[in-house]
Design a protein around this ligand. Structure first.
Ligand code: ATP
Ligand code: MG
Length: 563
């Protein structure tokens, strides 16, 4: 446990301290990447509890992902020790679930209600057609709840029941929301019900990192915070502790055409005059791009030649002996499908990799089949992991021959799904209901293990909030970043969101950043000529160190259309 008391805010800079020690009432902290949002938020909660006598059980901290919630919990425990355990930390879905559990009967749910799996949802959808209320009724008849209803049902309950609103407002008098730029309409409604307009609501985020509009998030709630909440206090954090000055300068220029923050500033705390420029590699092909990544990792991390003779794998001791290790490296890309050639090239060189997409486990083929089969009474006995394996065996055999009910899944998908599910099964020990609930509420595919000695491969969405000493942003090509489909023109809003995604990618890097683009790439069924991303054009060429051949030029008319 860290020392509390007078020194609690010592590890913050002046503006972070202003934010952390601001008095109660609505507070909006607008803070760019690497400015210490999570640090500030946790210190604010700790300060309020340790210094101002706020009861931890009156605090509710909400984030968007389990990973972020887990991180917040860890940091609060480190700052507050046991006291921190009484703070409610969770995702919007888990907060909704808590409210629903406590009011199941009022919500019309029976004693054994649970979250519907994909098959059950699909069945109800088919029967209900377009009729949303009929859909809900069908689920209700079976005592099931749709995932979205974990938020919509508590919202409806609270709207109808002022006494319930009062109860929760008394319970959670201090509410903290991280990544506020990513709230959607129902999450926003839940917050408005939980917090009075003059309540102690602290929202922190960066509108320029709003990248979830495809899931219904809307940055407008961030931008109108001071209209929704009375006398809201605004604090800005602009000092970036993460990235070297050239990386930060490139990122600030990259976001400038789409910034949603007036007077956007990011000042580098790191001012090393020797800091390397941003490496830019124009690859001839996707294979060339992957080779570049491998070669550069070899140069930086070294150790690729120190393979253990019998396994052909890198001896991790030789890697750890250097200053950098594989886990310091991240390769980021726009779409999951780009990871294939990179994984292949790294694996061929004997470099261990770990991969994370922003996909949910439940969306992967085969996962729901396994979950449903495990639910069945009279299924295989044994530990959860053993039951998982047996279930996969049964299903893989069943799907080896075509079935008549149209529910065909490839046996390989079943095995892949079982592999993906194994870490979760291990993590929850023998708790089957929890295992199934984690799948239903959206546990992520392959969570990254920060201690694993492996290069990290992530989609840009999955990289949000993380930082790495070395970052490769691959596939910086027109139509890939910004992502556009042939024949469907991108709107200005789409381009702006893609640019924010690019900004998120650039700002993950601490010491070395490389951007690459391939001249040819297999896309939409054929090999195509690719031009560099127009997003690169707004960055001063003096911030790049050109590696390899000269950068191919792009036709002017396209620049005009996109920028
Ligand atoms: P993002 O928008 O990317 O999520 P963030 O604002 O949440 O970024 P953090 O991840 O909290 O930023 O902090 C970025 C880095 O800066 C971390 O390594 C953190 O430890 C460091 N940092 C933050 N504040 C300070 C400080 N006052 N002094 C030194 N280092 C700091
Ligand atoms: Mg953060």
């Amino acid at each position: 446990m860290e020392e509390v008391g007078t020194g609690l805010l010592d590890r913050l800079d002046a503006m972070q301290r202003v934010a952390a020690s601001a008095p109660g009432g609505p507070l909006l902290i607008v803070a760019g990447p690497g400015t210490g949002k999570t640090r500030t938020l946790t210190h604010r909660i700790a300060y309020l509890c340790a210094e101002l006598g706020v009861f931890p059980e009156r605090c509710l901290a909400i984030t968007f992902t389990r990973r972020a919630a887990g991180e917040l919990r860890e940091r609060l425990d480190a700052l507050l020790g046991d006291v921190g355990e009484d703070i409610t930390v969770g995702t919007f879905h888990s907060v909704g679930l808590t409210i629903l559990k406590e009011n199941a009967r009022a919500a019309g749910l029976g004693a054994h209600w649970r979250i519907a799996d994909e098959g059950e949802r699909a069945e109800a959808r088919e029967q209900a057609g377009d009729d949303d209320h009929a859909y809900a009724k069908l689920l209700r008849q079976q005592d099931l709840v749709d995932l979205d209803e974990l938020i919509t049902m508590p919202v409806a309950l609270l709207r109808d029941e002022p006494a319930l609103v009062e109860k929760y407002r008394r319970r959670w008098q201090w509410i903290f929301v991280d990544e506020y730029q990513d709230v959607d309409e129902t999450q926003y409604e839940l917050l408005r019900l939980l917090s009075p307009a003059n309540g102690n609501l602290c929202a922190i985020g960066d509108p320029d990192q709003a990248i979830y509009s495809f899931r219904g998030a809307d940055v407008k709630y961030f931008l109108r915070f001071n209209e929704d909440f009375v006398d809201a206090r605004l604090v800005r954090l602009t000092r970036n502790y993460r990235s070297s000055a050239p990386i930060l300068a490139a990122a600030v220029q990259a976001i400038a055409p789409s910034t949603l923050v007036s007077g956007r500033r990011l000042d580098p705390a790191r001012l090393d005059p020797e800091a390397p420029l941003v490496g830019r590699y124009p690859a001839a092909s996707v294979a060339d791009e992957a080779d570049f990544v491998v070669r550069t990792i070899d140069d930086l991390v070294g150790g690729l030649s120190h393979r253990s003779l019998d396994s052909g794998r890198v001896d991790s001791r030789s890697v750890a002996a250097g200053n950098l290790s594989f886990s310091d490296v991240a390769v980021l890309y726009r779409t999951d499908s780009q990871s294939g050639p990179i994984v292949e090239a790294l694996s061929r060189a004997g470099v261990p990799v770990q991969k994370r997409s922003h996909n949910r486990l439940r969306d992967r083929p085969g996962v729901q089949h396994i979950a449903r089969e495990l639910q069945h009474a009279g299924g295989p006995a044994g530990s959860l992991v053993a039951r998982l394996k047996l279930t996969a065996q049964v299903l893989a055999q069943r799907f080896a021959a075509p079935t008549l009910d149209g529910e065909q899944v490839a046996p390989e998908d079943i095995w892949t799904a079982a592999d993906l599910l194994r870490p979760l099964a291990q993590r929850v020990g023998e708790d089957l209901p929890r295992f199934l609930q984690e799948i239903a509420t959206g546990a992520e595919v392959d969570a990254l293990d920060p201690r694993a000695e492996a290069v990290n491969l992530l989609t840009l969405h999955a990289a949000k909030g993380l930082e790495f000493p070395i970052v490769f942003l691959v596939g910086c090509e027109d139509s890939l970043l910004p992502l556009r489909w042939p024949g469907s023109p991108a709107s200005d809003d789409d381009i702006a969101e893609e640019r924010r995604l690019f900004f998120v990618g650039l700002t993950r890097a601490q010491d070395r950043l490389y951007v690459t683009h391939a001249a040819r790439r297999f896309r939409h069924g054929s090999e195509r000529e690719q031009s560099p991303s127009p997003f690169l054009d707004v960055i001063d060429s003096g911030l790049f160190e050109r590696l390899g051949d000269t950068v191919p030029s792009r036709p002017k008319d396209r620049q005009l259309r996109l920028l």
